[in-house]
Design a protein. Structure first.
Lengths: 119, 119
DNA sequence: TTGATATATTCCTATATCAGCATATATTGG
DNA sequence: CCAATATATGCTGATATAGGAATATATCAA
């Protein structure tokens, strides 16, 4: 088996940096394809391809507007990623670092007691 | 060019579901390879490979402990992902939905005024 | 209808998986 | 040193990109 399809879920779709840039841009509002391509200096076909992936995982939606197609961010699709990473929040909180240090000190103290008892 | 290497950054490393499961497990503390393999019912070589990827992007660290190698989560490596998704937080907040509706109403109202003036 | 603009799709190539299996390496106890 | 346990690496096959270039499709305007 190869790697999971980029269209399998938001995690995979968002692994590609250019797609993240597109999402950043769309956070400001609906945009047509060529606007995105021009802004980010990507070629139009590549933008269309990325947008297709983003659409398939539900991160963007489209609506026709004349000759243009306006792509709109669906930020909710990123919530699963946000939620998952949030469960690791402790690891970059100072308060947790301090707690961690504290627990380590306790452990060391217990170990010295053990050694005492052994003798 | 093919897809970016899984070792290019945390976003890519974490796109693989099994690696996320390993990280979830390591959130409880240091663990040896076989413990992980047994817990998640993965084959040992595959676990070693996944751990290698996670180590190369700095999401875990290792230390030898006798014959075992204890892997430890470095949760801070996930902060960039958390931070990035956080910039889209508005999109799944109710309060934002209400604000969005409100802005849309305002826009509609302005448009009707425009039409009045046109006539 | 025809031309022009905007966007999507197709074909091609080079590359990077991921799983499975076999095997190599490391560490410890005796 | 040798056997046993724990872990890492190498190889293969099937698959899925992502970019470039060319082309197809859609929509509007005259």
């Amino acid at each position: 088996m190869a790697r999971l399809a980029t269209t399998s879920d938001a995690f995979n779709a968002v692994a590609e940096p250019q797609r993240r840039l597109i999402l950043n841009l769309l956070a400001h509002g609906e945009r047509p394809v060529n606007y995105i391509a021009g802004s980010l200096r990507f070629k139009q076909p590549q933008v269309s391809k990325h947008l297709r992936v983003l659409r398939e995982v539900g991160l963007v939606s489209v609506r026709g507007a004349g000759q243009q197609r306006l792509y709109k961010l669906n930020g909710k699709g990123l919530k699963p990623i946000h939620d998952w990473t949030k469960t690791f929040e402790n690891f970059w909180n100072e308060s947790f670092d301090r707690l961690d240090d504290y627990l380590k000190k306790l452990q060391k103290r217990e170990k010295s007691h053990e050694h005492k008892n052994e003798k």
